[in-house]
Ligand binder design. Structure first.
Ligand SMILES: [Zn+2]
Length: 192
């Protein structure tokens, strides 16, 4: 629940020469660590009235895959394959596919290459809360995986913890259940 409050702030040091009231107030508020914008007044030498808005702003984001990302997702859905794009000038293969090389900005949309499906685990972490900070019923392990034939890493679930450098392989949904989503990959597991 949000509530609006107006407070008088008193502080002890003199006003800086040459700064306007608003500039001074703004700089004090910017320098303040308190979410309520009050402690800043202790270092200044005058009284000011500020308006403080208490509350929380829930923010959610939707990230669209874009033209290149959609190519990767459709290849995953329709062929169960891992489609990357390649910059020949930089000798870099990107998975998921990129429209432009992130090094030289060349258009690489049509320089496609099928990579993986196995890869190497570059790093991993155990997650205990969801995106809203709520505790998960069961911790989930995520890994950064460099698919064979690529130079970039890809974040996805790991079925079990594994050592960095371990060989991993994807487990895909049944073809009939795929939707063109990154979740068409159920998880990665230790390669056999
Ligand atoms: Zn490049």
């Amino acid at each position: 629940m949000t509530k609006l409050k107006t407070r008088k702030l008193r502080s002890s040091s003199p006003r800086r020469r040459g700064s306007s009231s608003q500039e001074s107030l703004d700089s004090r508020i910017r320098g303040n660590d308190s979410p309520e914008g009050q402690s800043c007044a202790k270092t200044q030498g005058r009284t000011k009235t500020v308006t403080v808005w208490h509350g929380k702003i829930p923010i959610e984001s939707w990230y669209t895959p874009g033209v290149a990302g959609e190519k990767t997702l459709m290849a995953l859905k329709n062929q169960g394959s891992f489609l990357a794009t390649v910059c020949g000038d930089c000798n870099v293969t990107y998975f998921p596919a990129r429209m432009f090389c992130e090094r030289c900005f060349a258009d690489i949309l049509n320089n496609e290459k099928i990579v993986g499906p196995d890869g190497t685990l570059e790093s991993w972490s155990v997650v205990t809360v969801d995106k809203d900070g709520k505790k998960l019923k069961k911790p989930q392990t995520f890994g950064l995986i460099k698919l064979d034939g690529t130079n970039t890493v890809f974040l996805h679930k790991l079925k079990s913890q594994a050592l960095i450098g371990a060989r991993v392989e994807p487990v895909l949904k049944d073809p009939a259940k795929r939707k063109g989503s990154v979740n068409d990959i159920l998880h990665f597991k230790a390669a056999v």
